[in-house]
Design a protein around this ligand. Structure first.
Ligand code: ATP
Ligand code: MG
Length: 616
């Protein structure tokens, strides 16, 4: 039995222990863990002293473009081998944000996320016919039982195989499935960091529909979602109608992020949505006709090129006509006329003439043509004569006379000669008129970040993937496929958004939204304020990293600029003397003194509207 004195002692001891624990708990809560509004999740602000982000002063020697240089210098990625990269913690946070944006937009159109294996059975590739067709880009391997596989570069075969024996009825269609995973392509020249890797992260999705209308609907939804995803990632991207060969129409669109470092060349219109690969672009050109006069044969001795000719005759080069002699796939001769200042679009020509080639000197002689002096008047018989449509309404031509050292001026279309066919043959250039709205077209380089494609029945037919349609007949699925380069998107964002000091992350994909920078962590007025602000921001749902290192202010500023956090909160003695901190907007460089008590509201007000990435 305890004495009353003993009871009192035990009670005191208990009260004391409870108080000590309570204080310790409150201390931990106060300094590190702040309950987030939602539920009971405890969240902690990140600290620079704990971050693995080894920064570099110098550009890596193998990097040619800004995104590659900056992602390495900011300690965000590291090369493991050619075309293989590790995503360090900061980059991984951004990648996850891109993936979240994708997931949200996919959910909105009922596309369902899943995960298929990376390894794909060679048997499926044989069935689709791509085991041979894919070539050396397909990374192949053999297991211990001599069974062949490929590391998936894309997953049409896998998904077609997945549904072919289970998705049976038109009633269950359409179905769209997607996954986000590493893809492998043994690129001939892996380069530009994350832009062209041999292992990279891709979101790829596949839709299975009962008919063309349903595919069209899925395709349009995906296309809209892809435009939104690019915008939400902070990218200026244009949907470009990919060259769909003989098929024509909008069966495939590539989203191009405009950037000088891009490998693709494109033509686009600012006034409307028109955009196309340079190869596929069409436009109206600015034409010029000569005054009407009688046809005249002029001796033009040293004029081998169009420029020589225009100079010799003292005329605008647009009045001249360039002749190109070709031989089509079947060996037939063709003469093609284009405006003197324009070039033949080889892709358009190959759609018209198949696997054509330019006539050799021997072939020119064989077909009775004179190099440098070919014209439409008096061409030898049996030659197919095709001219660019832009010349159709121009009656007066300056062209070769089909005689060495002679050209014609005022050769009159319809009177002196005729043309067999008018076709779109030339390379569209910036300044030509938009085919949709007539505004002046612009040219740019672009990074292909994503592509949507109407596949039709290519894989379902080859792999025997069928369903029972409403009319009781078995039909192959009509398929679409949709891919986004997740890791390439990250690089494209940096390519579009950086300056000489480093990356400028759009809020929507920034690894952290705010860097709190106490200039002196040992100063007893500075550190507690920095800590209090970080806690307040975390509580308000803002993603914060605190530069708690004992480094010089210059180093902290440089790192924050290089890593590109959208906002920096600089806590220094000077501003704190009048209860303020400095808030720097990384994108605009604007610095604002904000009273300490208003910082959280100020940043919430700035950041939250930018999170969706949909502002203009
Ligand atoms: P590219 O023409 O650039 O080689 P692709 O048209 O062959 O690309 P798709 O098959 O359309 O590529 O793949 C979907 C997306 O995957 C592309 O739009 C691109 O963003 C990304 N991607 C393709 N190849 C690579 C790569 N080697 N490294 C990083 N991302 C890639
Ligand atoms: Mg593509």
């Amino acid at each position: 039995m305890l004495t009353p004195k003993g009871d009192i002692f035990v009670s005191y001891a208990l009260v004391h222990i409870v108080t000590v624990f309570a204080c310790a708990f409150l201390c931990i809560i106060k300094h590190c863990y702040i309950p987030v509004a939602k539920g009971f999740i405890l969240k902690r602000y990140a600290r620079m002293s704990k971050l693995y982000a080894p920064t570099l002063k110098e550009d890596p020697t193998d990097a040619d473009i800004a995104s590659h240089k900056l992602l390495v210098r900011a300690g965000m990625i590291r090369k493991a081998a050619a075309g293989l990269y590790s995503y360090l913690p900061l980059a991984w946070r951004s990648i996850q944000k891109i993936e979240s944006i994708i997931r949200e937009e996919m959910e909105a159109i009922d596309a369902q996320e899943m995960l298929a294996p990376i390894l794909t059975d060679a048997e499926l590739w044989h069935q689709s016919g791509r085991w041979g067709a894919y070539g050396p880009e397909l990374m192949r391997l053999t297991d211990r039982h001599d069974h062949e596989y490929a590391l998936g570069p894309t997953h049409e075969e896998t998904f077609t195989d997945l549904i072919r024996n289970e998705l049976k009825s038109y009633k269950d269609l359409p179905v769209t499935l997607y996954h986000i995973q590493d893809k492998f392509r043994d690129e001939r020249r892996p380069r530009f960091g994350l832009m062209r890797g041999r292992e990279f992260i891709m979101k790829d999705g596949y839709s299975f529909c009962a008919n063309q209308e349903s595919l069209h609907e899925c395709y349009e939804q995906e296309k809209d979602a892809y435009a939104t995803i690019a915008r939400r990632c902070g990218l200026r991207a244009v949907p470009v109608v990919a060259d769909s060969g003989q098929i024509g129409g909008d069966t495939s669109v590539e989203f191009m992020a405009l950037a000088d470092a891009g490998e693709a060349e494109l033509i686009y219109c600012d006034a409307c949505d028109y955009a196309a690969d340079t190869e596929a672009a069409v436009g109206q050109i600015n034409v010029l006709d000569d005054e009407v006069a009688a046809c005249e044969k002029i001796k033009t001795p040293a004029c081998q090129t169009i420029e020589d000719l225009a100079q010799f005759l003292q005329v605008d080069v647009r009045l001249t006509r360039k002749a190109l002699a070709l031989v089509d796939e079947a060996g037939n001769p063709i003469v093609v006329f284009v405006p003197g200042n324009r070039s033949l679009n080889e892709v358009k020509a190959s759609h018209l003439f198949g696997d054509y080639h330019m006539m050799s000197d021997e072939e020119l002689v064989q077909f009775g043509l004179h190099k440098g002096f070919i014209g439409p008047v008096g061409l030898p018989q049996g030659i197919r004569v095709v001219a660019d449509s832009s010349l159709k309404d121009l009656s007066q031509w300056i062209c070769g006379a089909n005689e060495v050292d002679y050209h014609l001026r005022h050769a009159c279309l319809g009177k002196d000669f005729s043309i067999d066919e008018w076709q779109d043959l030339i390379v569209t250039e910036a300044g030509d008129s938009c085919p949709c709205c007539s505004a002046a077209l612009k040219s740019a380089r672009g990074i292909e970040i994503s592509q949507v494609f109407q596949l039709g029945t290519k894989y379902s037919k080859a792999m025997g993937a069928t369903f029972m349609d409403e009319d009781g007949t078995e039909k192959p699925f009509i398929m679409g496929c949709y891919g986004i380069g997740v890791s390439r998107t990250l690089a494209a964002v940096v390519e579009q958004s950086h300056d000489e000091h480093g990356i400028i992350w759009p809020v929507s994909v920034a690894p952290y939204e705010v860097a709190v920078i106490p200039l002196d962590v040992h100063d007893e007025t500075v550190w507690p304020v920095a800590q209090r602000l970080a806690e307040g921001l975390i509580k308000a749902g803002i993603e914060v990293i605190v530069d708690d290192r004992g480094e010089r202010p210059g180093i902290k500023f440089n790192d924050a600029d290089l890593m590109g956090f959208p906002y920096q909160v600089v806590c220094g003695k000077k501003a704190l003397a009048h209860a303020c901190v400095e808030v720097k907007n990384r994108a605009t460089g604007e610095r604002t003194e904000v009273p300490v008590d208003e910082v959280v509201d100020h940043l919430v007000h700035e950041i939250v509207p930018q999170r969706q990435g949909l502002q203009a």
